[in-house]
Design a protein around this ligand. Structure first.
Ligand code: HMG
Ligand code: MG
Length: 322
């Protein structure tokens, strides 16, 4: 292992909540984001600028952005709040909120607690998932991404790309080509994305197939420092696959507190790997995350209760019970 620091991207308030059956109030979402901001985590996905018709759970995203600009949570570290934008319209709506508040994407807040605004765009590794999720083909989604990156760069907004269903698709099974994933990833980076998160949306990835994918990404000339891994724990393989990623040199991983989430297109899919489980594993391996596992565990227990769902983090439940 070359370095022992891992950056965790907390995706609970977006990827988690967007896939929960129960919608929670704006106040509860803000409380979730505020509490997460004090755990030591440095990137939080805070919402999504999508039509409410497509994802009703993300309807209050403008208010969340507005709130985080006006009253940034008092954290001890710099935090980047990230918003998903499915098309240029989503980014334009985000910029409208920033400009209406007289803000830019750059630092806000006092010298201790500064915040920045970032965006994520996404493409899928299979045609059928691309159609179901974004109503367009893979190549159309790449073309949709170009103007988003251009406008974001103009406004000094950092851009993250996602490649979903990279290790399995609800329609096409595990027949996903690693070289196709590498090709899409390389294209997103070439067009200016600052990092790409390769996502096992269905949790179908296994250790050997994760390694095969990482080798295909390396063979395409993609640097580990430009990559994040995003595992779902549907088949209980997320932490095994995380270790494969770590050994390969990846140092950015996505997770959601309490294991929030699921996937509306794949039956039985569970949420993202729980942040508490990921942190526990990383700390056990001697890695550093800067995250307070006890506080993260309390948040996981609390938000699971708010959603009326079981807490999906084993390390979280054990930590709270201690
Ligand atoms: P469409 O219906 O083809 O779009 O959806 P359209 O351009 O025809 O527009 C339809 C209506 O929405 C129009 O309004 C537009 O003005 C409006 P109407 O004329 O019907 O009144 N509209 C918007 N409104 C607000 N914000 C916008 C926006 N854009 C258009 N941004 C679209 C195309 C891309 C919008 C849709 O397919 C969509 O939103 N898809 C995204 C759904 C989504 O968020 N899925 C989850 C993403 S997460 C994921 O993929 C995986 C990931 O989490 C990683 C992992 O876990 O594996 C990243
Ligand atoms: Mg996810």
């Amino acid at each position: 292992l070359t370095t022992d620091h891992v950056r965790i991207v907390e995706v609970g308030p977006r990827d988690g909540l967007q896939n929960e059956k129960k919608s929670i109030s704006l106040e509860t979402k803000l409380e979730l984001i505020e509490r997460l901001s004090k755990t030591g985590v440095t990137t939080i996905e805070a919402g999504s600028f999508v039509p409410a018709k497509w994802v009703p759970q993300m309807a209050s995203t403008s208010e969340i952005l507005q709130h985080l600009i006006k009253t940034p949570p008092q954290s001890h570290n710099q935090i980047a709040y990230n918003y998903l934008v499915p098309n240029i319209r989503g980014l334009e709506n985000l910029i409208k909120v920033l400009e209406a508040e007289g803000a830019t994407a750059g630092s806000r807040g006092d010298s201790k607690s500064t915040t920045t605004t970032e965006v994520s765009l996404f493409a899928a590794a299979t045609e059928s998932f691309s159609k179901a999720n974004t109503n367009c083909s893979i190549s159309e989604s790449i073309e949709r991404a170009r103007p988003i990156v251009t406008l974001a760069k103009e406004k000094d907004i950092r851009v993250r790309g996602y490649v979903s269903v990279a290790l399995g698709c609800p329609y096409e099974g595990t027949d996903v080509s690693p070289s196709k994933v590498a090709e899409i990833t390389a294209t997103l980076l070439e067009m200016g994305a600052d990092e790409v998160s390769v996502a096992d949306t269905t949790g179908m990835g296994t250790a050997p197939r994760t390694l095969e994918l990482l080798r295909a990404l390396a063979a395409a000339g993609i640097a580990n420092s430009d990559l994040a891994l995003h595992f779902h724990d549907t088949y209980g393989q997320a932490l095994v696959n995380t270790v494969v990623g770590l050994e390969h040199g990846i140092r950015i991983f996505d997770s959601s507190v309490g294991g929030l989430g699921g996937c509306p297109y794949s039956k039985g899919a569970t949420g993202n790997v729980a942040t508490e489980d990921l942190v526990h594993t990383l700390h056990g391996l001697g890695m550093h995350t800067g995250i307070d596992l006890e506080e993260m565990s309390r948040i996981g227990a609390w938000i699971s209760g708010e959603l009326g769902r079981a807490n999906d983090s084993r390390a979280g439940k054990a930590t709270v019970a201690r």
